[in-house]
Write a protein that binds this ligand. Structure first.
Ligand SMILES: [Fe+2]
Length: 246
């Protein structure tokens, strides 16, 4: 089975549209979404509609989905994130609000092939930034392969009996074949708000038969997304950071 792995779209319709156009030329059979569909950018309903149309689809919730749909009050959010979440909550249609509220919490095992989580498979709101956090997750779980999001940083951690290694992807198309006997934690990067210094949208493709994983960076009309954010009255830093990839 070939999977399209998406995470952290954050209501950026322009980025999601560009990613879906990019992968149209590639072969994939099932979409998998790691959470944070909404929050930050200005097209929550169009983004939810686009993702709901991806079928078959396995999707879990992220921390912004919880706050934007009213499941949580966002007391741990910074001022700008909370402002965007409340703006989003007031604009989501009733069916989209309901759909977001009923997204399952990770981890979820997909087809027996891999697990997915938003933050970590232990705590959906916790981050994996580096090898210490990755090692803790490897030690407390037994998933051979887990895709995660939340950090908005495309990265691969590999655990062999001898060492943990980190692969920070920097090319427009990073590709590896996963090795037997190793365990992996993989972040496909963020579609709608990359934070690794590269403003291009990020997504992954994974073939569970060949075990080939690829992470793709896709350019999109950032100025259009920025104009929409400002036009909606959302905080200016949310528009500025799209061009910086931070
Ligand atoms: Fe996020």
């Amino acid at each position: 089975m070939r999977y399209l792995i998406l995470s952290d779209i954050h209501a950026n319709k322009e980025a999601l549209t560009a990613v879906l156009a990019h992968v149209k030329r590639k072969r994939w059979e099932k979409a998998v979404f790691l959470g944070d569909l909404v929050g930050y950018a200005s097209n929550p309903n169009q983004t939810v509609d686009l993702v709901r149309r991806l079928k078959p689809l396995v999707a879990i919730r992220g921390n912004h989905d919880k706050v934007c749909s009213g499941l949580e009050n966002g007391e741990l959010f910074n001022r700008i994130a909370l402002q965007a979440a409340l703006w989003t909550r007031n604009r989501l249609t009733r069916p989209n609000l309901h759909w977001l509220r009923t997204l399952p919490r990770g981890p979820v095992v997909v087809d027996g092939a891999f697990a997915i989580s938003h933050g970590t498979p232990i705590d959906e709101d916790a981050y994996i930034f580096g090898e210490i956090e990755a090692l803790n997750v490897f030690r407390q779980t037994d998933f051979p392969l887990c895709f995660f999001g939340h950090s908005h940083f495309p990265i691969v951690f590999a655990l062999t009996p001898d060492a943990i290694t980190t692969m920070l992807t920097s090319s427009p198309c990073f590709r590896i074949r996963l090795e037997d006997g190793a365990r992996y934690l993989v972040n496909p990067g963020s579609v709608g708000q990359p934070r690794d210094g590269n403003p291009h949208a990020s997504c992954a493709l994974y073939d569970s038969e060949t075990r080939v994983l690829s992470i793709h960076r896709v350019g999109y009309p950032i100025h259009a997304a920025q104009r929409r954010i400002l036009g909606a009255g959302l905080p200016k830093p949310l528009a500025d950071r799209l061009a910086l990839g931070r």
